[in-house]
Design a protein around this ligand. Sequence first.
Ligand code: AMP
Length: 211
Amino acid sequence: MNLILLGAPGAGKGTQATKIAERYGIVHISTGDIFRANIKMGTEIGLLAKSYTEQGLLVPDEVTCAIVKDRLTWEDCQKGYLLDGFPRNLYQAEQLDTFAKIDGVVNINIDHKLLMDRLCGRRVCKECGESYHVSTLGGKTTCDRCGGELYQRKDDNPETVGARLAVYNEQTAPLIDYYSKKGLILNFTGSEAPAEVLFGEIKAVLDKFAK
Ligand code: AMP
């Protein structure tokens, strides 16, 4: 099963992606994670990606598409994969069509009023990637799941979040229509309810879909 996860920044894609990948035994591929890892390691891709990610802008398509095209040839993709954060615009979606066969697109719709607070208050585990919100941490600085240190992503600040949401509205949201026309969209609504609630709904649909 080859899936795409669509949704605005802060819609809960990362959390749902981990759960979906675990349940269906497919690989979670996050282009944002790939860029962050490259930035941390100081690779050539990282040096290029840094200025874009820090401004909330998209890394150039040629670079991003080449990374994903290569990643999908790895052995672990044989059983299926979940693309999180890719494609982000129509060009990337069209490119993806040339080297992948997508079975479904999980689209998380969410009230955008919730997103600024969610993203600016987000804290992420350095080790396992689990997300938290400061309001529920009570000053705790480590991950409940693995004990890893929590940090705030550099692009989770009001200015950059504003830019990321604008990029989403202008460039990524049209993909809902693109995949609807192909009959691939599976729509869900994100909310302030625990992530397990949304995952229950996604699971109910994907269980039938995966058969
Ligand atoms: P994310 O973790 O998905 O929010 O991505 C963080 C940042 O990485 C984005 O704001 C972009 O700068 C970059 N990025 C991630 N995925 C893509 C993509 N498909 N195309 C271009 N840039 C991307």
